[in-house]
Design a protein around this ligand. Structure first.
Ligand code: NAI
Length: 291
């Protein structure tokens, strides 16, 4: 079993994945270029752990053990002893490739180098490496500690050994693995595109507002969250980029066409929960009830 795990990017996903790995006993190094993001991640984990203690899910010893299993680092070199690295930085192919190239110069030949990308081609990320057979997609869902499903995506370059080892370890982290082909959006994000896209089109055509669409899908469709709540939860910037990538990767198939509304929200910084405003208002002074 893999013990030393390196995580690149301490945002929403990187922090969640670090918590999952630390909980099962891995020694995690969590790296980010932005030290504020590292501080924020540490503070957020403290809050989550305190809540779990309050609820009686873990005790103080367990809390300390999990927190001590994560070291926050601001140099990629610090990940050199990792047996597995999982990258969760900005959804940009060129940036990811650059980070992977640098990372490969620090880690051992056996290190598995994985990406948590939602939509980019694992084959093209892997092509940045000298040893592309060690590269694989490990796609967690948000929030990583709660969502059971993890898509594992071998690129055409990935070795069977790397696929087996990755799958086994992620299952040992308590997750259910679905091995998906390296196609745009893999399984879940491809299915989810029309869920968001059609909802945005219904809004743009003036058929219903955000809250009504969310309400309909929850009360009639049986979804736990409506599309606008979910986009606010994921982040409009992240969600828009995924749609744009999937749209382009399917040769501009209109089924996946991105929405101007979401683009404008993203450009305006109405990113959702993380910025305090999205389709709904999450600021402290919000008078409107949350969805
Ligand atoms: P985020 O914006 O919350 O966090 C990204 C972090 O990466 C930031 O802290 C940033 O400072 C850091 N970063 C940016 N460039 C870096 C670099 N060159 N080196 C080191 N750190 C760097 O993003 P989020 O939402 O965690 O997404 C990360 C990845 O996970 C993306 O590829 C996204 O598509 C994927 N993903 C996102 C999900 C979501 O619901 N937000 C769900 C599943 C996958």
């Amino acid at each position: 079993m893999i013990k030393h795990v390196g995580i690149i990017g301490s945002g929403t996903m990187g922090s969640g994945i670090a918590q999952v790995a630390a909980t099962v006993g891995c020694l995690v190094k969590l790296y980010d270029t932005n030290t504020e993001a590292l501080d924020k991640s540490k503070a957020a984990l403290e809050k989550i752990m305190a809540r779990l203690v309050e609820k009686g899910r873990i005790d103080e010893t367990e809390k300390t053990r999990i927190q001590d299993n994560i070291t926050y680092v601001d140099s990629l070199k610090d990940l050199s002893d990792s047996e597995l690295t999982i990258e969760a930085i900005v959804e940009n192919l060129d940036v990811k490739k650059k980070v992977f190239q640098e990372l490969e110069s620090y880690v051992s030949k056996k290190t598995i180098i994985a990406s948590n990308t939602s939509s980019l081609s694992i084959a093209s990320i892997a092509s940045a490496l000298k040893k592309p057979k060690r590269c694989i997609g490990i796609h967690f869902f948000n929030p990583a500690p709660l969502m059971k499903l993890v898509e594992v995506i071998p690129a055409i370059q990935t070795s069977d050994k790397v696929l087996r080892k990755t799958t086994m370890n992620i299952q040992n982290w308590g997750k259910t693995v679905a091995v998906a082909k390296d196609t745009p959006g893999f399984i879940v994000n491809r299915v989810a595109r029309p869920f968001y896209g059609e909802s945005l089109r219904i809004y743009e055509e003036g058929i219903a507002d955000f809250a009504t669409i969310d309400w309909s899908l929850k009360s009639i469709g049986g979804f736990r969250m409506g599309p606008f709540e979910l986009m606010d939860f994921i982040g409009n910037d992240v969600n828009y980029t995924v749609t744009e990538t999937v749209f382009k990767a399917f040769y501009y198939d209109p089924r996946y066409k991105p929405s101007f509304t979401q683009k404008r929200f993203s450009e305006a910084g109405y990113l959702g929960r993380k910025s305090g405003k999205g389709y709904y208002d999450y600021s402290e002074k919000a008078t409107k009830p949350e969805p």
